[in-house]
Design a protein around this ligand. Structure first.
Ligand SMILES: Cc1cc2nc3c(=O)[nH]c(=O)nc-3n(C[C@H](O)[C@H](O)[C@H](O)COP(=O)(O)O)c2cc1C
Length: 369
């Protein structure tokens, strides 16, 4: 049988992959098993390193290498507020009180005591993780929430690592291209989880542009220089074909890969993504940064309460007892079940390899027709 040419030679050449499909780094979801499965299927699997101790990052990279000889990536956030924790003592009393009062509404559900306490400062693990990635000479570094500085890009390049920058605006796409990155991933407003802005925006600005609007604009702005991946709302071959038609060189998927067999997401998350009510909401109530999650009692109540989220990731630290208990007990209303706007279209939990090959086959059939 003749070997089909790659759907997009430019991307497959830069990243040495066979399929123009990248699986997003996803904290708590994209562990070595999922990453290796996607890479073995010809896509680019990306491990999430956020909030991992450096020795865990190193061990995980080595586990991926044991499970695949294909290229893979590691993702971390670079946001200033995420790297350097804001000082909890500097937050005005009433801001802490209002945020904790909203969380107190739910604490009795898990027999947790109410509190108006300040959260502890979050620990900066980003620099240590970056050092491990450079030492381990990973094939691809994926930078989220913040455009990498040119000298960081240069250090990765010296280690033989390609750099992908996740961005949600054309301005950040231009800045990332100027910083020397190898690939841009443009995240439309449909995207699940946190989109990559360099700093937290006001709620109306954080809504962002849909993939249909952002992707061609990004292609026009930087596509002449480097490959552009489209992220947000793509879950199948139709989405891949559509994004290629818009000029993208490939796609980056999060939500679809959460509901796969190899994903480390909890069963309740996979089940909510594939059955029942799957509306999504943009909220800063779980972490302090805007993220798209499955709509829940928490997102409704937090939105109505109108309290300001604590800065950086201190909101996550403030609600750690509550969100942690919800996770432990499998409660689907009080933990962040990150999901993109296309979650409502999912109805199965396939293997990651079936996602990659099924998308390529379907996109080819559409593009041939
Ligand atoms: C469960 C989940 C976790 C995510 N975690 C990260 C992350 O750790 N780093 C990152 O850069 N983006 C993260 N994202 C955002 C993705 O990079 C991407 O923008 C998004 O998933 C694309 O939209 P889709 O979910 O519709 O495929 C996450 C997304 C999801 C759904």
């Amino acid at each position: 049988m003749p070997i089909e040419p790659p759907l997009n030679p430019r991307l497959t050449e830069v990243l040495s992959v066979r399929a123009p499909i990248m699986q997003s780094g996803m904290a708590g979801v994209a562990g070595p098993e999922l990453v290796a499965a996607v890479s073995n299927a010809g896509g680019l699997g990306v491990m999430a390193a956020l909030r991992l101790e450096p020795d865990v990052v190193r061990r995980s990279i080595r586990r991926v290498r044991e499970a695949t000889d294909r290229p893979f990536g590691v993702n971390i956030w670079l946001h200033d507020d995420v790297r350097t924790s804001p000082d909890p003592a500097a937050i005005p009393d009433d801001v802490v009180r209002r945020a904790q009062t909203v969380l107190n509404h739910f604490r009795p559900r898990f027999d947790l005591p109410p509190t108006l306490d300040r959260p502890p400062p979050t620990v900066d693990l980003v620099d240590a993780a970056l050092e491990v990635m450079i030492e381990e000479k990973i094939p691809v570094f994926s930078a989220g929430l913040g455009v990498p500085e040119p000298d960081l890009v240069e250090r990765f390049h010296r280690a033989g690592t390609k750099v992908i920058s996740m961005v949600a605006t054309v301005e950040d796409g231009r800045a990332a291209a100027a910083a020397g990155v190898d690939v841009i991933a443009a995240q439309g407003s449909e995207s699940g989880g946190h989109r990559s802005y360099g700093a937290k925006l006001a709620e109306d600005e954080a809504q962002g542009s849909s993939s249909l609007v952002l992707v061609p604009a990004m292609v026009d702005a930087v596509g002449g220089q480097l490959p552009v991946l489209a992220a947000g709302g793509v879950i199948d071959g139709r989405g891949l074909a559509a994004m290629l038609a818009l000029g993208a060189d490939g796609v980056l998927l999060g939500t679809r890969f959460v509901a796969t067999r190899e994903s480390a997401a909890a069963a309740v998350w996979k089940q909510r993504l594939t059955t029942g009510v799957r509306s999504t909401a943009l909220t800063d109530g779980f972490t302090g940064q805007w993220a798209r999650v499955l709509q829940s009692e928490f997102t409704d109540h937090w939105g109505r309460a109108g309290a300001a989220a604590l800065p950086g990731l201190l909101q996550a630290a403030a609600g750690q007892d509550l969100f942690g208990a919800a996770k432990e007990l499998g409660d689907d209303q009080l933990q962040p079940l990150y999901a993109g706007a296309a979650a409502g279209q999912l109805s199965d939990i396939p293997s990651a390899a079936d996602v990659v090959t099924g998308m390529v086959d379907a996109a080819r059939a559409i593009l041939r027709a």
